[in-house]
Design a binder for this molecule. Structure first.
Ligand SMILES: Nc1ncnc2c1ncn2[C@@H]1O[C@H](COP(=O)(O)OP(=O)(O)O)[C@@H](O)[C@H]1O
Ligand SMILES: [Mg+2]
Length: 330
């Protein structure tokens, strides 16, 4: 979908996911686990979209689809308006693989333990036929960008701390000059003080290079400061998406309210008495309730909610909620 701007120009989203569905373990006569169900999401140049939700709600699967590490069971991934899902032109897919990078929670996935880290960082450039001299130049640039000394290149992954290794993984993602980075819980394994350093670094890099981030986290506090918009996922679906400030100040979906009320970081403006404790267990994605997927745990749910699935509906400009009773707390 394109947006018409005030000056009449049409801006294309950089990355567009539309109607994405993903099932694991689907066999003839046997439905699989529906990890992602009908998700649409766009990412504009230089923007950060936060993606939050409990463990198992499908965030990583969606992130892997956005980078085309997985091909979705349903729906389409478009990059700069071009389809990357079904038989994309190989030149388009090649450009996409360079432009859309991913950083994982565990940096060891991007660093070969048996090679000096410089080799791992250069590897995507080597694969692309970049000359040795240009690789060396880019390597020193990206090491500096992530706050490491050029001498780091010759050392091995085990010689670095967890925070430094995540800087190295980021350097590898930055090497091919991407326009999008999917960050999947990039700070979740780090100590709080180190987390803050990495978040600041991500922000600096974005301001300088105008890279768009899809920032995945189960921690709302972490995405709050970086994201222009935040999408809340529950059991494979987006239940609410809004400009960050609106989501945090005036959440419309009961699940978002519950998630926000459990943010127990210092300075969170939640009174102890306001804490919402969800009843019941998180259902399995193999057994999503009929009607609203949140109905089995929602204190507002009635027969309508249990029988009819609410569509994502715009409540205010750019603020969409999938709830039959948006905005009500009780
Ligand atoms: N490779 C896989 N094979 C089978 N099931 C998977 C696989 N990856 C994820 N799942 C399942 O899909 C659901 C979503 O997982 P995931 O996307 O990793 O969620 P999140 O990142 O939000 O924790 C979970 O139920 C998970 O067990
Ligand atoms: Mg995950």
């Amino acid at each position: 979908m394109s947006d018409t701007q005030l000056d009449g120009t049409v801006s294309e989203p950089l990355l567009e996911l539309s109607g994405i569905g993903h099932e694991f373990g689907r066999r003839p006569g046997h439905s699989g686990i529906r990890a992602v169900d009908d998700v649409s999401l766009t990412l504009n140049p230089g923007e950060t979209v936060g993606l939050v939700g409990e463990s198992g709600c499908g965030k990583s699967t969606l992130g892997r689809i956005a980078t085309r590490l997985y091909r979705p069971t349903r729906g389409a991934v478009r990059f700069e308006g071009r389809d990357m899902t079904h038989q994309p032109k190989s030149a388009d897919l090649k450009a996409f693989r360079r432009a859309v990078q991913m950083v994982f929670q565990d940096p060891n996935g991007s660093l070969n333990p048996r090679l000096p880290v410089g080799s791992s960082i250069e590897e995507p450039l080597r694969a692309r036929g970049v000359s040795r001299a240009d690789r060396r130049t880019r390597l020193s640039q990206v090491l500096e960008e992530v706050g490491l000394d050029a001498t780091a290149a010759a050392r091995y992954p085990h010689e670095f701390s967890g925070g430094q290794r995540q800087r190295l993984a980021l350097a590898r993602a930055l090497a091919p000059q991407p326009s999008v980075i999917v960050l999947d819980e990039p700070t979740s394994a780090l100590d709080v003080s180190i987390q803050a350093q990495i978040l600041n670094l991500l922000q600096e890099i974005q301001q300088r290079d105008r890279i768009a981030y899809l920032f995945i986290s189960h921690n709302l506090g972490v995405v709050r400061h970086l994201s222009e918009r935040v999408a809340v996922m529950y059991l494979g679906s987006i239940v609410e998406i809004a400009p960050s400030q609106q989501l945090f100040e005036a959440p419309q979906h009961p699940y978002s309210m519950a998630l926000l009320s459990s943010v127990l970081e210092p300075g969170a403006d939640t009174e102890p008495g306001e804490r919402i404790v969800l009843k019941g267990e998180l259902p399995s994605p193999a057994d999503v309730p009929t009607g609203c997927p949140f109905s089995s745990r929602c204190w507002l749910a009635d027969d309508h909610c249990r029988s009819e699935r609410p569509a994502l509906t715009e409540q205010a400009p750019g603020h969409l909620t999938a709830c039959h009773k948006p905005g009500s707390r009780s």
